[in-house]
Write a protein that binds this ligand. Structure first.
Ligand SMILES: [Zn+2]
Length: 269
């Protein structure tokens, strides 16, 4: 787009007062996250979300059509790279790239830029069962290929039924995978049996792994266990034999030791 002398003069005047030009000239400090000869990326001073990043051309272009095609194409490539980098850095499945081109579209700065907004808060999968949920799951699973550990943790935390299934019926889950492409993608490269074991351990800690404080709070949260531990060791011994979670809890120690620790730590001696 060819500018008239008048338009060029207006742009030169804008540059004088433009905060982004000032950042680029080094007159204002900014949190730079990336820089090359054409572009600068800074964290937004009024972030809409954690990691809200601005991709700013070093040249002052008031609107997108004034950007030379070659520069614009590099800007698009860089946007995609930044989205990927932010997705990893912020650990989220959602990163939005946002362009407000022109005042009518909500462009607030006279210096054209692209907003990149990671969304850590938004649930990876919306709650509830709907076609939309499934679609989103498919989309995310295909985008991630094999699910990252953090993503998997998040998926499990947000889907209690899935978690239950992993813990209680890992074999069933493994058997169902070939007919459930969504699940297959989520668990690609994951050893479900190992995961099941890990989740079970998280749910049911070993007494020996807990600090005194954790031990007291865990036992206090299990009324029946507390009752037996304090008053009926024999029944507790029997319960341990039949309940894998309890057995796991007392692995590697004696009931009497745990009882003593509990009494001492809870101040009941
Ligand atoms: Zn500027």
């Amino acid at each position: 787009m060819q500018l008239t002398a008048e338009q060029q003069k207006a742009i030169d005047e804008q540059k004088e007062h433009c905060p982004f030009c000032k950042i680029i000239r080094g007159e204002i400090a900014a949190q730079k996250v990336y820089e090359d000869d054409l572009f600068l990326c800074v964290l937004d001073i009024n972030p809409g979300t954690e990691g809200h990043t601005l991709l700013v051309p070093k040249e002052h272009y008031p609107i997108m059509p004034l950007i030379p095609p070659e520069t614009l194409s590099k800007m698009a490539t860089l946007t995609a790279q930044l989205c990927g980098a932010l997705r990893k850095a912020i650990v989220t499945g959602k990163v939005q790239a946002f362009i407000a081109n022109g005042g009518a579209a909500g462009q607030q700065s006279s210096h054209f830029l692209i907003h990149i907004l990671p969304d850590k808060q938004g649930p990876l999968f919306p709650a509830g069962e709907s076609e939309q949920t499934h679609q989103l799951q498919r989309m995310l699973a295909s985008r991630f290929g094999s699910t990252s550990k953090d993503t998997l943790t998040k998926i499990i935390a947000e889907n209690p039924e899935l978690k239950r299934m992993i813990i209680e019926q890992p074999d069933e889950l493994i058997k169902n995978l070939p007919t459930a492409p969504d699940l297959q993608k989520i668990f690609h490269g994951v050893d479900i049996k190992v995961l099941s074991q890990k989740l079970r351990e998280q749910e049911a800690p070993k007494a020996t792994q807990l600090s005194d404080e954790q031990l007291v709070s865990f036992i206090n949260s299990k009324e029946k266990l507390r009752e037996l531990l304090l008053n009926d060791i024999e029944s507790l011994e029997m319960a341990i034999e039949t309940q894998p979670k309890l057995k796991h809890f007392f692995t590697g120690t004696k009931i009497a030791n745990i009882r003593e620790r509990y009494l001492r730590a809870s101040g009941n001696v």
